[in-house]
Design a protein. Structure first.
Length: 61
């Protein structure tokens, strides 16, 4: 009698965590979206605390 191992997955079960891979994958899009949201929030906080816009910080104004 053999018992299934906890790490073995059956073909019917979807993979809960996306695997890192090269190219246009859903995992890459998730990571890019999260970094974009983080950058946007950081820019908003920068403008709030310094009372200057991003263009001033970049030297474009």
């Amino acid at each position: 009698m053999t018992s299934p191992t906890p790490s073995a997955s059956t073909p019917d079960e979807p993979n809960p965590q996306p695997e890192p891979a090269m190219g246009w994958t859903s995992y890459a899009e998730q990571i890019n979206g999260r970094f974009a949201m983080l950058g946007f929030v950081l820019l908003i906080l920068l403008e709030f605390f310094t009372h200057q816009d991003v263009f001033t910080w970049l030297g474009l104004r």
